[in-house]
Design a binder for this molecule. Structure first.
Ligand SMILES: *[C@@H]1O[C@H](CO)[C@@H](O)[C@H](O)[C@H]1NC(C)=O
Ligand SMILES: *[C@@H]1O[C@H](CO)[C@@H](O)[C@H](O)[C@H]1NC(C)=O
Ligand SMILES: *[C@@H]1O[C@H](CO)[C@@H](O)[C@H](O)[C@H]1NC(C)=O
Ligand SMILES: *[C@@H]1O[C@H](CO)[C@@H](O)[C@H](O)[C@H]1NC(C)=O
Ligand SMILES: *[C@@H]1O[C@H](CO)[C@@H](O)[C@H](O)[C@H]1NC(C)=O
Ligand SMILES: *[C@@H]1O[C@H](CO)[C@@H](O)[C@H](O)[C@H]1NC(C)=O
Ligand SMILES: *[C@@H]1O[C@H](CO)[C@@H](O)[C@H](O)[C@H]1NC(C)=O
Ligand SMILES: *[C@@H]1O[C@H](CO)[C@@H](O)[C@H](O)[C@H]1NC(C)=O
Ligand SMILES: *[C@@H]1O[C@H](CO)[C@@H](O)[C@H](O)[C@H]1NC(C)=O
Ligand SMILES: *[C@@H]1O[C@H](CO)[C@@H](O)[C@H](O)[C@H]1NC(C)=O
Ligand SMILES: *[C@@H]1O[C@H](CO)[C@@H](O)[C@H](O)[C@H]1NC(C)=O
Ligand SMILES: *[C@@H]1O[C@H](CO)[C@@H](O)[C@H](O)[C@H]1NC(C)=O
Length: 687
């Protein structure tokens, strides 16, 4: 007897002592269990007290208060029976694969909810956000689902203790509810990002005096940033990019002395950056690119020596002011920002040369000054090799018509030793592929596209140990496809690419600079393993060794002078998604083995001299006829040209009129495809 009492005492000590399960709650959980499935089933046995079931917790009276099954591989939907668990307070089903709507009456019935986290599922429908949310709620997270509908004021009227409210990454619409701050003045984190909210940001958020993070990026918000936002003195993050916000950045922004992240990029803001913005001594990230800001870069910002001495917690500052209308020279005062890690001033109207003092920025890891009017590439390269920590250098669209210096001795053995990304595209550079690239062992990405580079592709490129992205397209290169290129280590074996650390850029690189409504940032790790040699004068055959580039995803050899046959070893490139061999003088048949390229989604051999049947099956059933046109001796159903009798469908003696129409439509088609190619290539240029 004593022993039993001791045992009970121990078990009460180990688990918190709970009552036995309420019958109705147990039945509700059973129904919940029936509407879901999972690869390792919930260990919920009817013969055992449901208060001890996995993820379930009860109060003293045996009522279920906790249902906590995050990341449990749950599929299926949330059973309507859940609304009977009206003592539920901690509810976490985040990171599962649940679908379907929240049951009717969900928020009306669950009156004791304190925590609800359904984030990262595939839930949908219009949750009844017109009911009243429980008065006890403090954490509310529905982020990353497919919910839609509006958030009604009444929903938030009874919430007095809310601290976190996150509805990001859904399809919610209507106005963002500032009323939330009328009732929950202690709220700390609000996230409305990535929805379809419209209209201006209403006044009222100023009442959330403890707000630390206000996020409403990538919706359809318009109008000015409301004045009372500038009263949120605790604010650490103001994240409103990718909307249609207009007006000026108010001077009072400098009152927000706790601000670490100010992201207002991709809006329609005008005027100058407040000149004393440098007083924001805790600022770590300032992203104001893609607006219509003007004037000069505020001296206070660039003179951040003061910042670091005022506040030692600032250990990195990232400045992104790209795509605005800043004019003049790169301010030398910027170079006193010893802690600067990243500078992006792309697409402004900066002029002049890069000055030697830039090497004072010893922490500088990313520099993007593309699309300005800088001059003297030779001096720029010489100077920048002194920035020892530089890993990403993007200078595309500057230095027009200069000669790209090639001499290997331009950089000393220690120069550029951390460089991973080098983009010098669209500069109309003359000269050859620079020899000094050979010294850059860490280089992963080279973009020299859209220049006037002549000579042949040097074989030594093939020994760059980390290179996986090479863009030499749109140049005047001649010679052959060097066999050594097939030995690129990163494109040849998976093992080698795994062993390289997944590097990410300090500031993301734009791959689609023009499409502001669809801002797409690319981390370095997201660039595909690729070789682009299109639009040059490269001749000779495509070497069979190309079959060694097993991990390449994109290969473009279009619009060159390649001759000979398509090596059937290309079928070895099993990861290939894009293959463009169009506009060459390739002969022979399309190797049938190419149908084994299961991931191939874009393919063209148009405008060559290929012959014989187009392979069938695999991805080949999905390519349009334009992939094959311009090869009069190719045959197959897609070209409506029978392989048995190649002449069956050819028009007989067309009249002159037809000829003109054919010619015209060819002209238009060619024009369109040229534009499409240009766009495709342009999208790719790193800016
Ligand atoms: C829960 O589902 C599993 C697997 O579907 C089943 O084995 C178990 O008996 C169910 N438990 C209850 C209480 O319904
Ligand atoms: C299921 O739960 C019971 C009691 O909670 C436990 O004894 C048993 O080992 C569990 N089974 C598995 C497979 O986890
Ligand atoms: C829900 O569970 C996940 C996984 O354990 C956890 O990361 C998350 O913080 C929980 N949600 C809340 C609101 O506590
Ligand atoms: C909401 O959940 C998502 C995904 O689990 C998480 O990343 C996010 O930080 C949560 N929101 C808040 C405000 O904690
Ligand atoms: C954005 O809002 C405007 C009205 O303010 C509306 O005309 C437009 O269709 C909306 N755009 C999207 C993509 O929802
Ligand atoms: C905010 O800044 C303005 C001027 O920039 C100043 O007049 C005002 O007193 C500041 N308010 C607070 C609360 O610091
Ligand atoms: C280059 O910058 C100018 C403004 O200086 C801008 O109008 C143009 O769109 C930019 N081009 C690209 C490709 O971003
Ligand atoms: C350069 O980068 C390395 C590694 O990322 C880092 O440890 C070092 O502190 C950086 N140097 C400076 C001066 O920031
Ligand atoms: C660069 O090439 C283009 C087109 O081939 C040509 O029009 C232009 O004159 C060339 N520029 C230089 C500086 O050679
Ligand atoms: C490269 O530069 C070095 C030193 O400036 C010089 O001696 C050498 O001749 C140059 N080489 C070429 C090929 O121009
Ligand atoms: C990756 O990082 C580890 C330590 O973090 C380092 O030892 C290794 O050399 C790095 N590899 C490369 C290829 O940079
Ligand atoms: C094609 O792949 C096979 C098997 O992975 C390999 O043995 C062969 O060397 C590859 N062929 C070429 C030309 O690389």
């Amino acid at each position: 007897m004593k022993l039993i009492i001791v045992l009970i005492a121990i078990s009460c000590f180990v688990h918190t002592c709970q009552g036995t399960c309420n019958q109705l709650d147990r039945d509700s959980l059973s129904s919940f269990n029936l509407s879901i499935s999972t690869t390792s089933p919930l260990n919920w046995s009817l013969s055992i007290d449901c208060c001890t079931w996995e993820g379930v917790g009860c109060d003293d009276s045996g009522r279920v208060t906790n249902l906590w099954l995050p990341s449990r591989g749950l599929q299926g939907s949330i059973s309507p029976s859940i609304v009977n668990l009206n003592s539920l307070s901690q509810f976490n089903l985040s990171h599962n694969s649940l679908v379907g709507p929240l049951p009717d009456g969900f928020f009306v019935s669950l009156k004791r909810l304190q925590v609800i986290d359904l984030s990262r599922n595939r839930l949908s429908g219009k949750p009844a956000l017109s009911d009243k949310l429980s008065t006890t709620i403090h954490t509310f997270n529905l982020s990353s689902n497919h919910f839609h509908g509006t958030i009604q004021s009444s929903f938030l009227q009874t919430t007095l203790n809310l601290e976190t409210f996150d509805v990001s990454n859904n399809d919610f619409s209507g106005v963002i509810p500032s009323i939330i701050c009328t009732f929950s003045s202690s709220i700390q984190s609000l996230d409305f990002s990535n929805n379809d909210f419209t209209g201006p940001i209403p006044q009222g958020f100023g009442q959330c005096t403890e707000l630390q993070s206000f996020r409403a990026g990538f919706s359809n918000l318009s109008g000015e940033v409301p004045q009372d936002i500038y009263r949120l003195l605790m604010l650490q993050e103001l994240y409103l990019p990718g909307n249609r916000l207009s007006g000026k950045i108010d001077k009072r922004i400098v009152n927000l002395s706790n601000l670490k992240i100010l992201a207002l990029y991709g809006n329609e803001l005008t005027g100058m950056i407040p000149q004393d913005i440098g007083r924001l001594s805790r600022l770590e990230r300032l992203q104001l690119h893609i607006n219509q800001l003007e004037g000069t870069i505020p001296p206070s910002l660039t003179n951040c020596k003061r910042l670091t001495t005022l506040n030692l917690r600032v250990n990195s500052l990232e400045v992104d002011l790209g795509n605005n209308f800043f004019t003049g020279r790169l301010p030398t005062s910027l170079f006193s920002c010893k802690t600067l890690k990243a500078i992006r001033l792309a697409s402004n109207e900066l002029i002049g040369e890069i000055l030697p003092n830039i090497v004072e920025l010893q922490s500088l890891s990313l520099l993007s000054l593309s699309n300005n009017s800088l001059t003297n590439i030779k001096s720029a390269i010489k100077i920048l090799t002194g920035c020892k920590n530089l890993s990403t250098l993007i200078l595309s669209k500057n230095f027009y018509d200069e000669e790209l210096p090639s001499n290997e001795s331009l950089i000393d053995p220690e120069g550029f030793q951390n460089l991973q990304v080098l983009a010098l595209g669209g500069c109309r550079f003359t000269g050859a592929v620079p020899m000094w690239l050979l010294k850059l062992d860490k280089l992963e990405v080279i973009d020299l596209s859209f220049n006037n580079i002549t000579g042949s592709i040097p074989g030594w490129i093939g020994i760059l140990p980390n290179l996986f992205y090479l863009d030499l397209s749109h140049n005047l290169l001649s010679g052959y496809f060097p066999m050594e290129l097939s030995r690129l280590r990163r494109l040849g074996s998976q093992q080698n690419s795994d062993e390289v650390n997944s590097s990410s850029l300090e500031l993301p690189v734009f791959v689609q600079p023009n499409n502001v409504s669809n801002l797409q940032y690319n981390q370095l790790s997201n660039l595909p393993p690729a070789i682009y040699l299109g639009n040059n004068n490269i001749g000779g055959t495509i070497p069979v060794e190309i079959g060694q580039l097993k991990f390449i995803i994109s290969l473009d050899l279009s619009n060159n002078n390649f001759s000979g046959t398509i090596p059937d070893k290309i079928s070895n490139l099993t990861n290939l998604e894009k293959l463009d061999l169009s506009g060459n003088q390739l002969t022979g048949q399309i190797p049938a083995s190419l149908q084994n390229l299961n991931f191939l989604s874009e393919f063209s051999v148009a405008y060559n001299n290929l012959e014989g049947p187009i392979p069938g099956g695999g991805q080949f059933d999905t390519f349009p006829s334009s992939s094959f046109e311009g090869n009069p001796r190719l045959c197959g159903r897609i070209l409506q040209r029978s392989c048995l009798n190649p002449h069956v469908n050819e028009p007989r003696d067309p009249e002159e009129k037809d000829d003109i129409i054919n010619w015209l439509s060819f002209g238009i088609g060619y024009g369109v495809s040229l534009i499409v190619t240009m766009l495709a290539v342009f999208k790719r240029s790193l800016l």
